[in-house]
Each structure stands twice: as C-alpha cells, then as structure tokens.
Write a protein that binds this ligand. Structure first.
Ligand code: NPQ
Ligand code: MG
Length: 369
C-alpha cells in the first residue's frame, strides 16, 4: 500500500496522580501520536517517549526530530507490502527505537484495518484476556505506600510492582510483604543501583518476589550476571534489552532469567515478537511492560501480551489507573480476575476520539507526498 500522509502530534496527558521512579517524578505524560493514511484507511501509533530523558535518552523532541527529518521521508510515498518492507526502509538508521516503534505501530494498525484483522491475530496471539498488574510509584511515606497498594488490591489487581530507589527499598518492601502476605509482588529499580548494593538484593530473597527488574545500569549485562548468581530471586531486564540480540546475550551469560518486553524500547512489535519467540524457545518467561500509554499504545500492549509466551502479568493497567480522560475508546476495564480483554476489532481495535485528541495536542504537523 502507498503511504500517502503521515501526521505527527505531540500530546500532553494529565496523570491521575504523580508517578515517581528512581529517575524522577512525572506529573503529566508527554508522547507522540502518529497517524498514517493509505488506501482510504487510517492507522494510529504511539511513540512511548516522554518529556525528560530519565528512562531512556529518547524524548518527544528527539523523536520529533528523527521522525520528521529521517524516518518519515524514508517511508512517505513508498509502497509497502508488509512490516518487513518498513523495517528495510529504516534499516540504515541507528537507534531511536521509540520513534521507530510508534511509526511501525501505526503501520500494523493500518494493515489490520485494511485486511479486517485484529492486531492480536496479526501477531499470532491467542488469549482473549490477559493477566495484568499495576505499577506503583515511590510514595511519600511507607504508610502512603501501604494505603496505595490497598486501593489497587481493592480495585482487583492481583499483582503489584513497586518502584524502588536507594533508601526507599527494603523497609518499604518488608512492610508491604507484612501487610500483604500472599500478594504477587515484584520490584523495579530502573537501574538505580550498582554491584556494591548487592546486599540489598540478597536481603530481598526471603520476601518471595516474582522478580527484581533492572537493578543495575542499562549498559551493564556483566554485573547483572554477577548479581544473578548472588540472589535466588529471578532478575528481569527492561532498559538493558533493546533488541533480540541483547536478549539472547543476556540469557546466554545469565544476566537475567526473565525479560520485560516493551515494543517501544525494542524498536517495534516485530522485534518484540522475535524476543518473545527466542524466550519461548529457551523456556524463559516474558511479560509486557508499560510506558503509561494512552489507549492507542495500551491496545497494542494487550495484543502483544495475548501471545502464549507472556506468562507473567503485564504492566497493562485499566485506563483509569493513569488517565481520567483518554484519547481513544473504548476505555480498558479491569475484570474481576485481574485480567483485561484484548481488543477483537480490526487493527488496534480502538477508535481515536478527534475532540479528545485535539484537547491534548501541543503541536501537530502533516507530511504529504
Ligand atoms: C518501567 N514503567 O517499567 C516503566 C518506567 C517508566 C509502568 O513502571 C513517563 C514516561 C513516565 C515513561 C515512568 C512502569 C514513566 C515512563 C516510568 C516510564 O520501567
Ligand atoms: Mg522497568
């Protein structure tokens, strides 16, 4: 199909509550929304970037630059028969995975709509609903943390991920475990520690965590392998894994036993599938991470998490976990069994609400042939 028009939008969504991680506090969520037009159909995508380079070097600014100067000119006016063609057209450009993945997502959506097939089916997913959990930011006090967890448990979440940072780790975790003895708990350090902190992680072993996510630097597989030997709890890598090659190398040296898959971080759903397949072949569990997505990216995450290798609950919460108002419909609701339904309509299976999108748009630009 001939890609006739590509629109970029920088949007800013108000978060229900501030989200604190080891790299900072976010009060609002900035990202880029991509709209593709071809064959009389529209496809939507979301670049999982943010306003601040704390999780990754990519921001709304870098993604806008790379998309408008390089990625969009490379694909606009081209005839693509599949996602493989898209990947080939961008193969000469290094990095900027979130920018790349947002454009690729719009193409997946478009292809699904043209063919009348849900994204889940295009990806090879099977489940109709997927197990999910909630990611809880660092709270002002331990008492706040316990009441926040309680609120989510009451809402039906059966798995809770706690963000940690040096000085806000073991005590919080021990208190959480005491208050919720049977809850599925895991932690995410967003690379805030070094190997000198190994005692902190060894002392987590008695807490029965599902996993410890990204304790050390993103470019340091070697020390993760050393740490994994020192702790019984499975380590899970997030920021470190930018490609299927990284995933293979991490598993081969024992840097982790679990991988968090985010399509944005790895440059698209196609690469996410490769990581899923690699891990399945090696008997390693994967789960779908989250980037505080709007309804667009959330729909893509649900489709991805419907694949059989996604055996741990995803960071795919209900829409109201993050946003009182979203840009796409229908909103995602949590089922009583801590699952969310995977969309079954063509493409992403959600409809963007033009007025809602307009209200959150800070800047937009259209690129034509
Ligand atoms: C993670 N997400 O797994 C990420 C990190 C993260 C749901 O814990 C703005 C943009 C704020 C991206 C906060 C979850 C963010 C962000 C956290 C990503 O590491
Ligand atoms: Mg993470």
């Amino acid at each position: 199909m001939l890609l006739e028009m590509i629109e970029l939008r920088h949007v800013r969504m108000q978060l229900q509550s501030p989200f604190e991680t080891s790299f900072g506090i976010e009060h609002e969520r900035d990202c880029l929304i991509v709209r593709l037009e071809a064959e009389g159909q529209v496809g939507w995508g979301e670049c999982a970037v943010s306003s601040f380079p704390g999780y990754s070097y990519e921001t709304t600014g870098t993604a806008w630059h790379v998309l408008s100067e390089f990625f969009i000119p490379a694909v606009l006016g081209q005839r693509l028969s599949d996602v493989g063609d898209f990947i080939s057209l961008l193969a000469g450009f290094k990095g900027h995975n979130m920018a790349r993945a947002g454009l690729e997502m719009a193409l997946w959506d478009l292809m699904g709509r043209v063919e009348g097939i849900p994204l889940k089916q295009l990806l090879g997913g099977s489940r109709q609903r997927v197990p999910v959990g909630v990611s809880v930011g660092i709270q002002p006090t331990t008492k706040n943390l316990l009441s926040t967890i309680e609120t989510y448990v009451q809402a039906g979440y059966q798995r809770v991920k706690l963000k940690i940072k040096p000085g806000r780790d073991l005590e919080d975790l021990q208190a959480a475990r005491r208050a919720f003895p049977d809850l599925k708990l895991q932690v995410d350090a967003n690379s805030a520690y070094s190997l000198e902190d190994r005692d902190v992680f060894m002392r987590m072993d008695p807490l029965g965590l599902l996993l410890i996510e990204q304790p050390l630097a993103e470019d340091d597989l070697i020390d993760h392998a050393v740490l994994q030997k020192a702790v019984k709890t499975p380590l899970c890598l997030d920021e470190s894994i930018l490609s299927v090659r990284h995933a293979r190398q991490a598993l081969e040296i024992g840097a982790c036993r679990v991988i968090n898959i985010k399509s944005g971080r790895v440059g698209g759903l196609a690469e996410a599938l490769r990581i899923h397949d690699l891990c399945s072949a090696r008997g390693r569990p994967v789960w779908c991470g989250g980037m505080l997505e709007t309804g667009i990216g959330r729909a893509a995450n649900l489709a991805l998490a419907s694949l059989p290798g996604f055996t741990l609950p995803g960071d795919i919460s209900a829409s109201d976990r993050y946003y009182a108002e979203d840009i796409a419909e229908p909103r995602f609701q949590l089922n009583a069994d801590s699952t969310i339904d995977v969309p079954d309509q063509p493409g992403l299976g959600v409809e963007v609400v033009p007025e809602a999108l307009e209200r959150v748009t800070l800047r937009s630009e259209r690129f034509r042939i």
